[in-house]
Design a protein around this ligand. Sequence first.
Ligand SMILES: Cc1cc2nc3c(=O)[nH]c(=O)nc-3n(C[C@H](O)[C@H](O)[C@H](O)COP(=O)(O)OP(=O)(O)OC[C@H]3O[C@@H](n4cnc5c(N)ncnc54)[C@H](O)[C@@H]3O)c2cc1C
Ligand code: FES
Length: 262
Amino acid sequence: MIEDQAEVAFNRPLTSDTWLMGLRSAAISGSALPGQFVMVRVRKGVDPLLRRPFSICGVEGDLFLLLYRVVGKGSAIMTGIAAGGRVSVLGPLGNGFRISEDDGKMVLVAGGIGIAPLLFLAHRLGSREFRFMAGFGSADGIIPVQEVLDLSRPLQVSTDDGTQGHHGPVTDLLQGTLRECGTGSPCSIFTCGPRGMLKSVARIAGKDGIACQVSMEASMACGLGACLGCVVPAAPREARTYYHVCSEGPVFDATMIDWEAV
Ligand SMILES: Cc1cc2nc3c(=O)[nH]c(=O)nc-3n(C[C@H](O)[C@H](O)[C@H](O)COP(=O)(O)OP(=O)(O)OC[C@H]3O[C@@H](n4cnc5c(N)ncnc54)[C@H](O)[C@@H]3O)c2cc1C
Ligand code: FES
């Protein structure tokens, strides 16, 4: 884990409420894995006091990318940081996605801004066989992924209101894809998004015994495993009651989480 004063290479809007920031730090970029995140001090001083967690959504040379949605004070402050500015960043943190030869056809399922860590994963997968799908509320909220990273696979899109792509939840697209996965050609799921969506994906995966890694979000204070700010309930069969998202996640096997209690 590194604390760096990373130089902002660029910081620009992609949609009405989503921005892309490129930060220069050879140390963080050189060691980051898909699924890991950084804690950003959005400005000097004590307001806001806490760093904010953001997934690393890609790496290009010594640059690492953050795709962030403006939801409150910290993210609003970030939109005002110009190129050339410096930002205190702690990372890379967390465990990241585990990738193995046994994964078979990999299915990446994103909901909204949850696409950030999956973009990094999709980029790292290169020419390996995978499907990448993402759900958004409406066409005007769709993140133009080609402006973030060059991907080897097109993104399948769904919108809740049917203004672009499939009309309905992204889990419809997932179920369509999973029908193509037989016993001879296993699938595995990698997902990040709102909790309701993660619950649905975990249920679909669990029903057919499909391996599923979920990247969880939680409010974070320290980001280092020292407080209880980020805990999620462990599944009843686990030998413990909760996990720290920051230090034991943010990526978990879906079977580790108590989805009834989330
Ligand atoms: C491991 C991890 C990775 C993340 N990656 C990204 C990312 O790549 N891009 C991105 O846009 N966001 C990401 N988030 C969420 C991001 O950290 C919050 O949106 C951010 O901290 C909000 O800060 P704020 O000061 O703008 O909003 P605040 O003023 O702190 O909060 C505004 C609103 O956002 C909600 N909120 C705050 N923090 C979180 C959170 N952690 N999860 C869900 N809702 C929250 C609050 O409940 C409140 O309703 C990630 C969170 C975690 C834990
Ligand atoms: S944020 Fe403090 S333990 Fe995870």
